[in-house]
Design a protein around this ligand. Structure first.
Ligand code: NDP
Length: 275
C-alpha cells in the first residue's frame, strides 16, 4: 500500500514528540507513514504547505504559532476548530482540506483514561489562552456541574466564560476575585507559566480534599506545578497523555483507525527511542 505522507508545521518543532508518536501509531496499526516536522512560521507557511501538497501530502498537524493561520488554508472547518479559532489537524479529502482541532478532545480522552470524567464535577481551570479556549468546548460537552476559569488577565477569562455561557455554568475572573472559592474536584493548569515563569497564586483551599490536578504541561515545564501539588499532597497528572490523545484523534482522522495510547505513553515515559 501507499505511504501516507504527513507533516507537522510550526516553530519550534525540533524537539516535538509528534513524529515519534505517529511513527509508533503507524507501527502499531501496520499503516505505512512518513511524518516529518517542518519548521516555519508567518509568511513561510503558505509556500511550505503548497510544496507539501504538491509532494502528495495527505494530512498535517499545526502547532504554535500556526494554529490560527490554519483556518485560512481549509475549505471545511469542523465545529471544534471553529469554536477554538484554531486548527491543529488538517486532512485532505476529495472536496479539499478539512481543518479540525483535537487538543480539547485529546485532553478528554486522557481524563477518561485516568478515570477523571468531568461529568457532574466542579472544574477549576487556570489560564485563558489558546489551549484553555480549545479545551473548554469538549470539557463543557462532558457537562461538569460548574466551571470556573481564573486568569492573570481577568478580562480574558471573563470573555472566554461569556463565549461559552450558553454551553453550561461557566464563570471567569482574576486571581484577586478567587477569595471564597472552594470544593473544586478537578484543577486544570492551562497556563504557560511552567516555561520559566512563576506560577500564578494558587490555593489548596479552593479544592476539595480528594481533588485531582491535571497540568497541560509536560517535561521540565511541568516541574513547578508538580512541586506545588506535591507540597499540597495533591495528586497531579502531566499533559503527556493529552499530547498522545490529540495525536491519536488526529491519526484516526487521517486513517480511520484509533490507535492505542497506553503502549505509546509507556514508551515515551521510559525514554525509549523507536526501533
Ligand atoms: P497562550 O500563550 O495562548 O496562553 C498562556 C496563558 O498562560 C495565558 O492564560 C496567560 O495569562 C497565562 N500565563 C502565562 N504566564 C503566566 C504567569 N507567569 N502567571 C500567570 N499566568 C500566566 O498559551 P497556550 O494556551 O497555547 O498554552 C498554555 C500551555 O499549555 C503551554 O505551556 C503549552 O505548552 C501547553 N499545551 C499543552 C498541550 C498538550 O498537548 N499537552 C496542548 C496545548 C498547549 P495572560 O492571559 O494573563 O497572559
Amino acid at each position: 500500500s501507499q505511504t501516507l505522507k504527513l507533516a507537522l508545521f510550526g516553530d519550534p518543532v525540533e524537539h516535538s514528540l509528534s513524529p515519534e508518536i505517529h511513527r509508533r501509531f503507524g507501527q502499531q496499526t501496520g499503516i505505512a507513514l512518513d511524518y516529518r516536522a517542518v519548521r516555519c512560521r508567518g509568511e513561510d507557511f503558505g509556500p511550505r504547505f503548497a510544496a507539501f501538497i504538491v509532494a502528495g501530502g495527505r494530512g498535517a498537524n499545526l502547532t504554535v504559532p500556526l494554529k490560527q493561520a490554519g483556518l485560512g488554508v481549509c475549505q471545511q472547518v469542523a465545529a471544534a476548530a471553529r469554536t477554538a479559532r484554531a486548527v491543529n489537524t488538517l486532512v485532505r479529502r476529495e472536496d479539499g482540506w478539512h481543518g479540525d482541532n483535537t487538543d480539547g478532545s485529546g485532553l478528554m480522552l486522557d481524563l477518561q483514561r485516568l478515570g477523571l470524567d468531568p461529568a457532574g464535577k466542579r472544574v477549576l481551570m487556570i489560564g485563558a489562552g489558546g489551549a484553555a479556549a480549545g479545551v473548554l468546548g469538549p470539557l463543557l460537552d462532558r457537562q461538569p456541574a460548574l466551571t470556573v476559569i481564573l486568569n492573570r488577565t481577568r478580562e480574558r477569562a471573563e470573555a472566554l466564560a461569556q463565549k461559552f455561557a450558553h454551553r453550561g455554568v461557566v464563570i471567569g475572573g482574576g486571581f484577586d476575585q478567587a477569595g471564597d472559592l472552594n470544593g473544586f474536584d478537578l484543577l486544570i493548569q492551562a497556563t504557560s507559566s511552567g516555561h520559566g515563569q512563576a506560577l500564578p497564586p494558587l490555593e489548596r483551599g479552593w479544592l476539595d480534599a480528594r481533588a485531582v490536578a491535571y497540568d497541560l504541561n509536560y517535561g521540565p515545564a511541568h516541574r513547578p506545578f508538580a512541586d506545588w501539588c506535591s507540597r499540597q499532597s495533591l495528586v497531579c497528572h502531566d499533559g503527556l497523555g493529552m499530547l498522545v490523545g490529540q495525536a491519536a484523534l488526529a491519526f484516526e482522522i487521517w486513517t480511520g483507525r484509533r490507535p492505542q495510547m497506553d503502549p505509546v505513553l509507556a514508551a515515551l515515559r521510559s525514554g525509549q527511542t523507536a526501533p
